[in-house]
Design a protein around this ligand. Structure first.
Ligand code: NCD
Length: 300
């Protein structure tokens, strides 16, 4: 594993080794292994968790960080520099690049000209593989297993890169069943459904949460991706369409969990936060462990 571009490049063994390392790093922190190494975070799109958790992970491992958020405005891209030239330049300064960009395929493009590892932290409406790793790690920590779970992915499945990567990665597990809950226009992409078929993953499409709520082990709620719609009017058709409320929580199985990659807008009400089923802030914490494990694996 040199670059981390897509979820499909992982296999189950690699994922499980990362999980083991993440848990080890929780028990025995390693503040030294990245000493003398530098990570660059190059973000062309907004981020809170992904950028800060990578940066925190690198610092906790003893490494250094240089960073630009809003790279479109604050890097030489504003003068017309290409992504490739930016990456070639960063190759002279750092040991690993974490990149988030608005174009699908941008991380792949960056990796083609990079001698140092490129980590895809979100390429437009494409993928977000490290989020899928931390999502699966959250499931394994909270449910003690991944095989056999029934997960409902809810919301903007068309534009949401987290659910794309998560679906691909679930394809490596056994007896998974996925319920895709979305309005028709925002349903899961055909190429991903095709992939799941090939992997023998059972999935069904729904338009209402009520249809599956009492049977799921995991709710994976997502934000309607406002920035991907062609107009604000188009976005407003779907804004607020699915909401997790206290009633939703009460209808779930006792040991079921609610996840969300965050940020949330209005799709999980604050009244849900105190429920033991709400694990979305634990998920943030697990992300820090996974990103430490990933950096250590890629750079050692
Ligand atoms: C997501 C993203 O940026 O794709 N957030 C994240 O990385 N945790 C989800 C989103 O923006 O809705």
């Amino acid at each position: 594993m040199k670059h981390v571009i897509s979820a499909q490049q992982f296999d189950r063994q690699t994922i499980e080794e990362l999980f083991k390392l993440a848990t080890n790093l929780e028990q025995t922190p390693d503040n030294y292994c990245m000493k003398g190494k530098i990570m660059a975070s190059l973000f062309y799109e907004p981020s809170t968790r992904t950028r800060f958790s990578f940066e925190s992970a690198m610092l906790r491992l003893g490494g250094g960080v240089i960073t630009t958020e809003n790279a479109t405005q604050f890097s030489s891209v504003s003068k017309g520099e290409t992504l490739e030239d930016t990456i070639r330049t960063m190759n002279q300064y750092v040991d690993v690049i974490v990149i988030r960009h608005n174009e699908v395929g941008s991380a792949q493009k960056a990796s083609a000209v990079s001698d140092i590892p490129i980590i895809n932290a979100g390429d437009g409406a494409g993928q977000h593989p490290t989020q899928a790793l931390l999502d699966l790690y959250t499931i394994s920590r909270e449910h003690n297993k991944i095989d056999g779970i029934h997960i409902a992915m809810i919301g903007d499945l068309k534009h949401g890169r987290t659910v794309h990567s998560l679906s691909y990665m679930l394809g490596m597990y056994d007896y998974i069943s996925i319920s895709f809950i979305a309005p028709k226009a925002l349903q899961m992409k055909e190429e991903i459904l095709q992939y799941l078929k090939e992997k023998n993953i059972s999935y069904r499409m729904y338009s209402r949460i009520e249809d599956v709520i009492s049977d799921v082990d995991v709710i994976y709620q997502t934000r309607i991706q406002k920035e991907r719609f062609i107009s604000i009017e188009e976005y407003q058709k779907y804004k607020g369409i699915y909401q997790i409320t206290k009633q939703t929580v009460d209808a779930m199985k006792e040991d079921a969990i609610i996840m969300h990659p965050l940020p949330r807008v209005d799709e999980i009400l604050y009244e849900v936060d105190n429920s033991a089923k709400a694990v979305y802030f634990k998920q943030v914490y697990y992300g820090l462990l996974i990103r430490q494990a990933l950096l250590k694996t890629l750079l050692s």
